[in-house]
Ligand binder design. Structure first.
Ligand SMILES: Cc1cc2nc3c(=O)[nH]c(=O)nc-3n(C[C@H](O)[C@H](O)[C@H](O)COP(=O)(O)OP(=O)(O)OC[C@H]3O[C@@H](n4cnc5c(N)ncnc54)[C@H](O)[C@@H]3O)c2cc1C
Length: 314
């Protein structure tokens, strides 16, 4: 398998006379992962491009190389611990929804925790947003990077998760399935609320997490990125159809998306403040009840998703 990574970017400000038509120049490396576990960097290629789209995630090399700063509330001092679990095969609630239902609960020792549908109705992906202390307590059972662990720590984690999830308001649907084992290695991701100070600098344009990162509790990170791409394609097509330089309408993209994402970020950050980090169990139940009400009212849920992605009022 090989990976192509951007090694360097040149002429972002369009002032380099060596670059034809003042285009952005990029240099890439191609790294091969060999069968014996070693890697070899094989090729370096150079390109000139009218528009460089930075879609390289929250730690964006393209954003940093372009000198674009980040603004916003910043780090939540929380991480997301994520892994796959095997669920009890009782079929009752799973099959009613073809295993496609997502759950979220607020835990007394640092939540929220979400169970998201995955490739099989007997499995779910856990996304647990919590403190570094809670994560280091439970991640230590990750002894082997390739093979899911079956040691005592994982058994304790399964028991802990089931105990916590039973804290929830049992009479309020959806009822949670029992977790029976940890089925993958565990990964952690730092959680933050940032956006780039601008999404466009000359011919460089940022989309997705390169432009903005949000707390996963609202499940809106991907939606925001898809809305960026939708808007960007419209602006590129407008320039192409008019026979103009492809970068002609990037500022329109910046104005549109920066304004709308700012509204969404403010809303998601406010939700994070309201919903996260209380040890008061009755309040957790009210939060879970409130989120379940939103989830169960389909049109309201859809409006909230659209509002979060496009930054419009509900
Ligand atoms: C734990 C967790 C749970 C989440 N849950 C949800 C959810 O339920 N719903 C939702 O909508 N969103 C969710 N999100 C957010 C969502 O995952 C992100 O918003 C989305 O993946 C961002 O997509 P992206 O393509 O912008 O960035 P990424 O998914 O980070 O992709 C960036 C890509 O760029 C590549 N790359 C990086 N640097 C270079 C380089 N120099 N050269 C070449 N390639 C490079 C990376 O390898 C990667 O493939 C969650 C996030 C986390 C951390």
């Amino acid at each position: 398998m090989s990976n192509t990574t951007i090694k360097s970017i040149d002429n972002i400000d369009g002032s380099n006379n060596d670059s034809s038509n003042n285009l952005v120049s990029i240099e890439t490396n191609n790294t091969n992962n060999n069968d014996d576990g070693t890697t070899t960097t094989t090729t370096t290629r150079k390109f000139n491009t009218a528009v460089l789209v930075g879609a390289d995630g929250g730690n964006s090399f393209i954003r940093k190389s372009s000198g674009i700063s980040q603004i916003g509330p910043g780090s939540y001092n929380q991480n997301a611990l994520t892994f796959t679990v095997e669920l009890e095969n009782n079929n009752s609630s799973n099959n009613n929804n073809n295993g496609r239902r997502a759950y979220q609960r607020y835990l007394s020792d640092g939540g929220p925790i979400a169970l998201l549908p995955t490739y099989s109705s007997n499995h779910a992906v856990i996304v647990w947003s919590t403190t570094p202390e809670v994560i280091s307590k439970w991640k230590k059972s990750n002894k082997n990077n390739d093979v899911p662990s079956e040691d005592d720590d994982d058994l304790l984690l399964v028991q802990h998760l089931n105990d916590c999830l039973r804290e929830g308001p049992q009479r309020i649907p959806p009822l949670m399935e029992e977790i029976i084992s940890i089925a993958s290695q565990k990964f952690t991701f730092p959680l933050s609320c940032y956006q780039a100070s601008t999404y466009v600098k000359n011919r460089v344009v940022l989309v997705g997490d390169a432009a903005h990162t949000v707390h996963p509790m609202a499940g809106q990170g991907l939606n925001l990125g898809l809305a960026d791409v939708d808007t960007l394609v419209t602006k590129l097509k407008k320039a192409h159809d008019a026979g103009m330089d492809l970068s002609s309408f990037l500022e329109e993209y910046n104005t549109d998306r920066h304004k709308n994402v700012s509204i969404s970020l403010t809303g998601i950050h406010a939700l994070q403040k309201i919903f996260v980090n209380t040890k008061d169990i009755p309040i957790q139940h009210v939060k879970t009840f409130g989120m379940n009400m939103i989830q169960n009212i389909g049109p309201l849920r859809r409006q909230l998703a659209i509002a979060a992605a496009h930054g419009v009022g509900v």
